[in-house]
Ligand binder design. Structure first.
Ligand SMILES: [Zn+2]
Length: 151
């Protein structure tokens, strides 16, 4: 654990998003709009993990996200771990939880759905939390979270 941590430089204050499945890294970047940040963002891609095989990690200096922002990650990477860093120390650890209503994050899998044909935000309810199934509020099409496409 310690040695892997050292593969990505430590941050003074900010947020560490760890245990990201490597194939979800770029979706996590998009969900948190990291490309719009002015602060330093360090990314470790395909790092060895005893639990996951390969994982990715993101460290965002000088940025603390709201719980709502962080919970959007649950849609693509429900098992990430979040560490809040102050003065180079972990002051808080968090997990993400899947919101009951998912607005404006995920595309509907039904090409005929109004949300795919009009400029409007998508909205889904979780229909089966354990199996990770969400249902479109507009057309009722269900889809598994593991296949979702980000808006
Ligand atoms: Zn739909």
């Amino acid at each position: 654990m310690k040695r892997q941590e050292l593969m990505v430089a430590a941050i003074e204050n900010g947020t560490v998003i760890d245990h990201i499945p490597s194939n979800k890294l770029f979706q996590v970047v998009r969900l948190l709009h990291l490309e719009q940040l002015k602060s330093a963002v360090m990314v470790g891609y395909n790092l060895p993990s005893s639990k996951m095989g390969l994982k990715s990690i993101i460290k965002v200096n000088g940025k603390f996200f709201s719980d709502a922002e962080l919970n959007t990650l649950s849609v693509v990477a429900p098992n990430v771990t979040l560490c809040i860093i102050k003065d180079y120390e972990v002051v808080e650890k968090k997990c993400v939880t899947l919101p009951q209503v998912i607005t404006g994050i995920v595309k509907c899998a039904n090409p005929k759905c109004i949300t795919n044909n009009e400029p409007m935000a998508t909205r889904f309810h979780v229909s089966d939390g354990e199996a990770g199934i969400i249902r479109c509020d507009y057309c009722e099409k269900e889809q598994p979270l593991e296949n979702v496409k980000i808006v």
